[in-house]
Design a protein around this ligand. Sequence first.
Ligand SMILES: *Cc1c(COP(=O)(O)O)cnc(C)c1O
Length: 433
Amino acid sequence: MTDQTITTEMVNMYQKLGISSEVLLYCEDVLNTLKNRFEEFEQKAEYNQLKVIRAMQDEQVNATHFSSSSGYGYDDAGRETLEKVYANVFHTEDALVRPQITCGTHALALALFSNLRPGDELLSISGKPYDTLEEVIGIRESLGSLKEYGITYAQVDLLPDGSFDREGIKNAINEKTKMIAIQRSKGYQTRKTLSPYEIGDIIRFVKEINQYLIVMVDNCYGEFVECHEPSDFGADMTVGSLIKNPGGGLAPVGGYIVGTKKCIENAAYRLTAPGLGKEVGASLGILQSFYQGLFMAPSVVCGALKGAVFAANIYERLGFKVVPDRNEPRYDIIQAIEFGMPEGVIEFCKGIQAAAPVDSYVTPEPWAMPGYDSDVIMAAGAFVQGSSIELSADGPIKPPYAVYFQGGLTWYHAKLGIINSLQKLVDAGIVKL
Ligand SMILES: *Cc1c(COP(=O)(O)O)cnc(C)c1O
C-alpha cells in the first residue's frame, strides 16, 4: 500500500470516521487484489443498465407517468406503463408492480394464494422456504394459511452439494401438484444460492414431467446480479420486493410479480378483487420513485456486490469462514461470515451501524424477536425502514455465530461499513491484523 493510491486527505477523513490507518491500509491491500472481480460486476451492471433504459424507451416512458392518481386509480397510465417496463425488463407477458403489495412476503403470498385452489399441492424443490413463508404455507400453524384453505405442501430438499434432487422431485410430483416453488437466494441458510441457469435447467426438467405445472421463483436479492433472470428461463412467476434490489433504494414500499398473462391476472384479481384486477390501485404519487429506483438498481446492486466480495476477502484472509467464499460466483447480494463467537457478530453489527448515514449513534443490541428461537442482533441505518438493499446486517446469537449482511446504496458506503466492522473487531481484541 502506497501513498499513490491513497492520499493523506483520505487517511485523515477515514480517521475522522474512527478508522485507524492500520485497518485502512489492511483493507486497501485487500481491495487492490479485487480489480478483475469488480470489473466483472461492472460489466453486468452496464448490461443491466442498458436493458432497463431500453425497456423504458420501448415503453415510451414520459414525465406524465410520474404523476399521482387517487381514489380508484382508474386509467393510471404511469402505473400501467411501469408494469409494461417491468414485463419488458424481465421478458414476461405481464407484470404486477404495486405499492399495495406491502413487502416481499406479501408478493409471494399473493402469487401462491392467487394461483392455487383447494385440493392443489404446492411443492418446494429448494428445501425449506424463507422463514416468513412457513406461516403463509402453514408449515407453522397460522390463521389464513394455505393449509387452512385445503392446499397441501410438500418439500424436496437440495442435495448435500446444493444441487436439485431430480430423483426426489420426480417422485414427489403427483396428480395434486399444481405449483413448484423455487427460492433463489439462500436466505438465512448456509446452502448455496441458486443461479438463474440452474433454475432454468430444473424448470425444463419439471415441465417435461408435466407441462402444466406452474413454476414460481422467489427472486428476492437476486435481481440484476446476473444478466439473466429466472423469468428468462421459463419461470411462470418471478417474485420480489421493491425494498430490495429492483427498488434501487428509492422505492419506499412495494413488491412485484412478473410472469405469464394468466398468472398475473389471477394475482391481480386476488390483490384487488375479482372483476377489478389491474384496473384499480391508486399510485398516490409514488411512481417516480419506482421508475427511478429501477433505473438505479443495476448500479446499486453492483455496489452491493463489490461490498459483499470485499468483505468475503477481508474476513477469509483473517481466517473466518465466509459464505459464499471469496472466489465463488455470486447469484445474490448476501454475504455470511461465521465468527464462532457472539462477540464477533455483535462487534460486526456495531461497525455497520456506526457507519450509517441515519441512526449512526445507536448501538445495536441482541434481543428476542418474534419467530426466532434465539436472540437476534440487527444493524441498519436506513432511509427506508427495513430496507435491505441499504447496508444492513443481522445475526442470530447462536452457533455458528454467523452474521448475514447485504446492500449498500453506494459502494463507498458499503466499503466504509465493512472497514468499520473490522475496526470494531480489532478494537475489541477479537481480530489481530
Ligand atoms: C426478504 C426475503 C423474503 C421476504 O421479503 P420481506 O420483504 O422481508 O417480506 C422472502 N424470500 C427471500 C429469499 C428473502 O430474501
